[in-house]
Write a protein that binds this ligand. Structure first.
Ligand code: 13P
Length: 252
């Protein structure tokens, strides 16, 4: 059976005390009910080690960084390496988010370097892919997402792939309040799983594929009921304890 995952991408939000309070509240609420899922919290870099310290004893709650450097170490002012993240307590790293692709011009070549760095320091990867509205309107959404994966995670070997979680995040749905319908999301997740099966055979059955993009407590249950949707990567709705826990609850 595949893991069910609710991942919180807090992006560049919350100050230190808010982030610690939210972690505390999420842990308390999550522990109160035996939920059949795993939680991943992705705070900003400066809070990582504090949050990793708080969640350390809880096997169902993990901590992700929102990015890592493509370099191993050295004179790269402002960057944070995979090794540093690991030493600060991160277990996962989000790579390929559309905001990094857009604002930092990250393309497959550099993302592949980042993936390799993360894997060499035993960080699991939440790899984001997704099409723009223009690509969808011109019927290029399947080709776009497939290409994003072919140029990156599909170049890994099966053992490396087992360290990867994919997040399908249509760019037009991120932060817009317009989520992909359950049918649109399922169709893409099914395509991703089919392409994965073509390359990796039965490994595809173990690959968690999350949906992200205006996922909230109202639409989560319908999205998560789809056979190829294994959870969510949540932005805005992950900043409030009740909404995020309701989303985790919708995983069943
Ligand atoms: P929203 O849930 O705010 O649309 O953000 C989704 C996202 O980008 C998660 O990585």
């Amino acid at each position: 059976m595949r893991k069910k995952i609710a991942a919180a991408n807090w992006k560049m939000n919350l100050n230190m005390s808010d982030a610690l309070q939210l972690t505390h509240d999420v842990m308390k609420g999550f522990n109160a009910v035996a939920r059949n899922c795993e939680i991943i919290l992705a705070p900003s870099f400066p809070y990582l080690s504090y949050i990793a310290g708080l969640t350390k004893e809880n096997n169902s709650i993990h901590v992700a960084a929102q990015d890592c450097s493509a370099h191993s170490h050295g004179a790269y002012t402002g960057e944070v390496s995979a090794q540093q993240l690991k030493s600060a307590g991160a277990t996962h790293v989000i790579l390929g988010h559309s905001e990094r692709r857009t604002y930092h011009h990250e393309q497959s070549e550099i993302l592949y370097e980042k993936i390799k760095q993360a894997l060499s320091h035993n960080l699991k990867i939440i790899f984001c892919c997704g099409e723009t509205l223009q690509q969808r309107n011109s019927e290029k959404h399947f080709a776009t997402v497939t290409q994003q994966l072919e140029e990156t995670v599909f170049k890994l070997d099966p053992k490396e792939l087992s360290q990867v979680i994919i997040a399908y995040e249509p760019v037009w749905a991120i932060g817009t309040g317009i989520n992909a319908t359950a049918a649109q999301a399922q169709e893409m997740h099914q395509c991703i799983r089919k392409e994965t099966r073509n390359k990796f055979g039965n490994e595809a059955d173990h690959l968690p594929i999350l949906y992200g993009g205006s996922c909230n407590e109202k639409n989560a249950a319908e999205l998560f009921a789809q056979p190829d949707i294994d959870g969510g990567l949540i932005g805005g709705a992950s900043l409030k304890t009740e909404s995020f826990l309701a989303i985790a609850d919708a995983l069943g």
